[in-house]
Design a protein around this ligand. Structure first.
Ligand code: F6P
Length: 370
């Protein structure tokens, strides 16, 4: 009897439970196997009681639920873990303990559901002989080799609904509303939600912006009779020639946390462009709650395909959506390059054709002062 295990790592994303459910159901319907659930990312391997059998009863009713029944950890890199020794914080490599735990459990395969950070850890474990299969998860949609990762569609729907709501209040008060959205170094959420919600300005990391260009667009709208505007700004967007804005700097073990660019843009529009502005940071609302039908379906297909890949010994590989098909690619390839918005692609071209500003527009000489 084969023994599989599944863990969810990194920030949560709507659809994680659908992956777990699909993997468990596939195991029980399609092979003579058992599947274990690992708690809190890789941490479960380090804790007593951190790895437990998953039964069909455990996954009953979880398809529409946000979060992950297994728990997750996005500060859980076992290769560089902050631990306290004699009152001192030291960085330790705990990967050996994890590999020992995996061997002690007699696992035939470990299914790792995660974003690029978690999949990178999975790939390192694979290089050290652990049979792993990856499932791409991220609301940011920034994993190369899969057209979409589950969680993204839900985040875009939540963000575009937020833009709809901001429209009515912006119009009533003749204000500019700046909405800061997640996405790390990729602008997919801001671009897709901005277009779906009818934003006037969209700022993404792939296109550094000029503040005057944003102001020009907003004033142009005022001149044409639209006394309100919506600016969707990705948290990773940055002014031309400047750095991204961080809420918390990174360290050897913790990734830096982006945040604050919305305030920078909002303050400029309010103070120097002269139009009353409010800034909203949508934050973790984009990750919470029930997944959309699209994400439930995608997560289900990926979870089931991961079990099939595992049973076919497709170790060191990741399931992926390409076109209409679920396929798989090596983790090496998936992690070789981050996925970013194609700034020459048709989506960008369409947005520009609709008059959406990205902050890189060439302005008439007399207004170009900064
Ligand atoms: O990668 C997903 C994501 O939600 C990013 O969009 C965001 O920058 C980050 O995680 C936030 O992480 P945390 O949950 O640690 O605040």
């Amino acid at each position: 009897m084969k023994r599989l295990a599944i863990l969810t790592g990194g920030g949560d994303a709507p659809g994680l439970n659908a992956v777990i459910r699909a993997a468990v159901k596939t195991v029980y319907h399609q092979c003579d196997c058992e599947i274990l659930g690992v708690k809190d990312g890789f941490d479960g391997f380090l804790e007593t009681g951190g790895v437990n059998p998953l039964t069909q009863a455990d996954v009953r009713g979880i398809l529409p639920r946000g979060g992950t029944i297994l728990g997750t950890a996005n500060r859980g890199n076992p290769f560089a873990r902050e631990v306290i020794h004699n009152g001192q914080v030291v960085i330790e490599d705990l990967s050996g303990q994890i590999i020992d735990a995996i061997h002690a459990l007699n696992l035939d395969v470990l299914i790792v559901v995660g974003g690029d950070g978690t999949l990178r850890i999975a790939n390192e474990l694979f290089q050290k002989g652990v049979p792993v299969v990856g499932v791409p998860k991220t609301i940011d949609n920034d994993i190369y080799g899969t057209d979409f990762s589950f969680g993204f569609d839900t985040a875009v729907n939540i963000a575009s609904e937020a833009i709809d709501r901001l429209h009515t209040t912006a119009e009533s008060h003749h204000r500019v509303m700046v909405l800061e959205l997640m996405g790390r170094d990729a602008g997919f959420i801001a671009l897709h939600a901005g277009m779906a919600g009818g934003a006037d300005v969209i700022l993404i990391p792939e296109i550094p912006f000029h503040l005057d260009a944003i102001c020009y667009k907003i004033q142009e709208r005022v001149r044409s009779g639209s006394h309100f505007s919506i600016v969707a700004v990705a948290e990773g967007a940055r002014p031309f020639g400047k750095e991204q804005v961080f809420a918390i700097p990174g360290s050897e073990t913790y990734a830096a946390r982006l945040g604050g660019v919305g305030n920078l843009v909002g303050k400029y529009i309010n103070d120097l462009c002269g139009i009353e502005t409010r800034v909203i940071v949508l934050g973790h609302l984009q990750r919470g709650g029930s997944p959309t039908a699209f994400d439930r379906q995608l997560a289900t297909r990926l979870g089931s395909a991961a079990v099939r890949l595992a049973l076919n010994n497709g170790f060191g590989r990741m399931v992926a959506l390409q076109g209409q098909r679920i396929t798989d690619i090596s983790l090496d390839e998936a992690l070789s390059v981050p996925k970013r918005v194609d700034i020459h692609g048709d989506t960008l071209q369409t947005a520009r054709a609709l008059g959406i500003a990205f902050g890189d527009e060439t302005l008439p000489e007399e207004v170009y002062t900064h």
